[in-house]
Design a protein around this ligand. Structure first.
Ligand code: ARG
Length: 456
């Protein structure tokens, strides 16, 4: 009979048992479930709610169960639904009445809310380490190739030359905001629900603060109904993971493009690419493509959680069991992608010659010419218009911007001077952008050094 079965006159329908079980996926919460029970039982004994001798036996047996699970010797039973009842049943089986006291003043509702918070708290720490390793990889490559210039794009059209390192550091910035979101979310998550019971609190004189302290929570929940029905913390985490994956996906897109034959700006280590089963020449950037693809999956996990929660009345509803698989999937997927991306990034080999050729296209310096005219006294809008006319004239006459003589330039820009002819160098162009956040080598070097120190 199920632990809750006394008021039932028939067994659970076989199909409902299948529908109902979560042990196949929530067994990964065993360590948190056991830690929660140990803290709970210590408190019950301290408050004289259960005999001290029983608490001692329960705690010892929980240690044995943990060791058995880790050795693969514990038989999880689908008929016992979830991790909570698999462990509790074993305690009762082994300890009789002492085991039957573990669930005093507790419900699976506050128990699962505790387990998942403890679990995600640890996962966030791991994700932060992986994210920081990826940032380090980006900074390492930026540091090694700190002089390479490539065309920056807007609308996927050549725009202005930028340092390759500057481009990589843009992602370091994005990931550092992601880091902030993870930290923020971990703080809000670290509140103990234990003591909320099924929903209304407890008639026992429980010391909730003691339990919270034992488990490393910063505080205890202030409303028992909120404590058992809140899953904001999971939604917040999956939002933060979705943004990480969004950034991964955009980085992937850049890498895939840079490695394409059309751009040929970089190559990736063989270990991070795969071949084609039919085309012998192929070397595809699958790591990046999968990073882009896995983002869809994590967004779907977030979406599943939002849809799951939106119609639920207070307090706990069984629907909420469905939060686990998307949460676990989002965490696992993000971790695997982050772990793979760090070494992939370090395997980047740049093709400086191709980058230089593409970024020396003189049209990329059109803005520099307009800004030179402004420095010479011309209003910006007029300068923009004059250079635009020069571009049109060059197109009509099939001439590159840097191939025109001063006289030809003066047809569109009467104010042009000899110095204007020297503006069409990518090196010069990046050097000119020497303000905070600009792509000048001096500024980028400052940023590389800043991040190297930050990420140590
Ligand atoms: N397995 C359940 C879940 O993940 C645990 C809580 C069950 N509570 C209940 N009253 N059936 O949500």
């Amino acid at each position: 009979m199920a632990l809750w079965g006394a008021r039932f006159s028939s067994d659970t329908n076989e199909l409902l048992a299948k529908l109902s079980e979560s042990i196949s996926f929530d067994q990964r919460l065993y360590a948190q479930d056991i830690a929660g029970s140990i803290a709970h039982v210590k408190m019950l004994a301290k408050q004289s709610i259960i005999p001290k001798e029983d608490a001692k036996q329960i705690i010892a047996e929980l240690g044995t169960i943990k060791a058995e699970i880790e050795a693969g010797d514990f038989e999880f039973k689908e008929s016992l639904e979830d991790i909570h009842m698999n462990i509790e049943s074993r305690l009762i089986e082994r300890l009789g009445d002492a085991g039957a006291r573990v669930h005093t003043g507790r419900s699976r509702n506050d128990q699962i809310a505790t387990d998942i918070r403890l679990y995600l708290r640890d996962e966030i720490s791991e994700i932060k380490i992986l994210l920081s390793a990826l940032q380090k990889s980006l900074v390492t490559v930026a540091d090694a190739d700190d002089q390479a210039i490539l065309p920056g794009f807007t609308h996927l059209q050549h725009a202005q030359p930028v340092l390759f390192a500057h481009h990589l550091l843009a992602y370091v910035e994005m990931f550092s905001r992601d880091m902030g979101r993870l930290e923020d979310c971990a703080k809000r998550m670290n509140v103990s629900p234990l003591g909320a019971g099924a929903m209304a609190g407890s008639t026992f004189p429980m010391d909730r603060e003691f339990v919270a302290k034992e488990l490393g929570f910063d505080s205890v929940s202030q409303n028992s109904m909120d404590a058992v029905s809140d899953r904001d913390f999971a939604v917040e985490l999956l939002s933060a993971l979705s943004l990480i994956m969004l950034h991964i996906s955009r980085l992937s897109e850049d890498i895939i493009f840079w490695k394409s034959q059309e751009a040929s700006f970089i190559d990736l280590g063989d270990a991070f690419c795969t071949g084609s089963s039919i085309m012998p020449q192929k070397k595809n950037p699958d790591t990046a493509e999968l990073g882009r693809g896995k983002a869809a999956r994590v967004f779907a996990d977030l979406n599943a959680l939002l849809i799951l929660m939106k119609g639920l009345p207070m307090c706990y509803n069984r629907d909420m069991q469905e939060d686990k698989e998307p949460v676990f999937d989002a965490v696992d997927t993000t971790k695997l992608v982050l772990a793979t991306f760090a070494p992939m990034i370090e395997s980047i080999e740049i093709n400086q010659a191709n980058m230089a050729t593409a970024s020396s296209e003189p049209a990329l310096m059109a803005t520099d010419l307009a800004e030179w005219l402004v420095k010479d006294g011309m209003p910006f809008r007029t300068a923009h218009h004059r250079v635009g006319s020069l571009v049109a004239w060059c197109n009509e006459n099939s001439l590159a911007l840097d191939a025109v003589s001063l006289e030809q330039m003066q047809i569109s820009i009467p104010e042009a001077k000899a110095e204007c002819l020297d503006l069409f160098s990518a090196e010069n162009s990046v050097k000119l952008r020497d303000i905070t956040g600009g792509t000048a080598p001096k500024q980028v070097r400052k940023q590389i050094d800043y991040w190297k120190k930050q990420l140590k």
